[in-house]
Design a protein around this ligand. Structure first.
Ligand SMILES: C[S@@+](CC[C@H](N)C(=O)[O-])C[C@H]1O[C@@H](n2cnc3c(N)ncnc32)[C@H](O)[C@@H]1O
Length: 281
């Protein structure tokens, strides 16, 4: 999703986008559903030819849905906000992918009132579990939307990143409150209802029957570095994006990341993308 017109935006999304794109590419290879409109007849082909079926729960105005559609996949966005769905429609049209993006009003708890159970190769759940009443139920619905071989891209607010950000802004009591609060909130004015540790998110993913493929810390430094350093130093933005990518992989940094990303795979998907045995290689 690196948009050359919005380099600062790519600082916030590059880690997630790289992991997501790689996961989708692996599903394309495993299913044989090439993204150019022509299935290449590989193993496990299904559904309409040409790209994967992707569901973006709480996909909003299409920050991820539109770039995913630009890869050649069909994306259904479920979101309760009519305004977000309107913006999505406009954005998809501007990007020339209106025929591959469908917006549906609904929410993750009533997901199967509006979309098919077991109908998707990949389900995105980005920035949503913070807001739902029951994250475990939301996660189970996300997983139930998958085909037998499918992947989930889960992104949610990290507890440690919020504590660090409040402390560095001089709000020490709020930082302490977030640290002690079971929902990770720093006070009544906190707009985020719930934050997670990496352990809580991986438990949610595993509890819903998926294998954890990878965990990444997102925006470890991006929200803490003064903008002027990034905007005025030549090459600073690119260097910071590379630093974010390197730190994202290290569990030591997961505990201070603003967001956490977990890639979950059904047992069927994990098998399909496992390294071939030595005698098959
Ligand atoms: C922080 S935004 C994230 C949007 C998008 N996923 C992204 O990464 O840019 C949260 C989105 O979740 C949606 N949302 C809130 N509650 C929801 C629910 N119960 N089920 C599905 N989506 C929900 C909101 O309307 C909003 O579009």
């Amino acid at each position: 999703m690196s948009d050359p017109m919005r380099p600062r935006a790519s600082l916030r999304t590059a880690v997630v986008w790289d992991v997501l794109k790689d996961a989708l590419d692996r599903r394309v290879k495993a299913t044989g559903q090439g993204p150019d409109g022509a299935a290449d007849g590989g193993v496990g082909g299904h559904g309409a030819p040409g790209g994967l079926d992707v569901l973006d729960t709480g996909g909003g105005s299409g920050n991820f849905a539109v770039p995913v559609a630009r890869l050649g996949h069909r994306v259904t966005v479920v979101d309760p906000s009519p305004n977000a769905l309107f913006a999505l429609e406009r954005r998809a049209a501007e990007a020339g992918v209106a025929d591959r993006v469908r917006g549906v009003q609904g929410d993750v708890h009533g997901l199967f009132d509006v979309v098919e159970r077991g109908g998707y190769d990949a389900v995105l759940c980005h920035g949503v579990l913070e807001y739902v009443d029951d994250p475990a139920e939301g996660m189970r619905n996300v997983v139930s939307a998958l085909r037998p071989a499918g992947v989930v891209s889960l992104l949610a607010a990290g507890l440690g990143g919020a504590v660090l950000a409040r402390a560095l802004a001089g709000h020490f009591s709020e930082a302490h409150r977030a640290l002690d609060d079971p929902a990770g909130r720093w006070g009544e004015g906190d707009p985020v209802p719930r934050r997670f540790t990496a352990e809580q998110l991986t438990e949610l993913v595993q509890g819903a029957g998926l294998r954890v493929g990878a965990v990444h810390g997102v925006r470890v430094f991006a929200d803490l570095v003064p903008g002027v350093l990034v905007d005025t130093e030549p090459g600073a933005l690119e260097a910071l994006i590379k630093l974010e990518a390197a730190a994202a992989e290290l569990s030591a940094f997961h505990s201070v990341a603003t967001q956490l990303h977990v890639l979950g795979e059904t047992p069927g998907a994990a098998e399909a993308t496992a390294a071939p045995a030595a005698d098959e290689a």
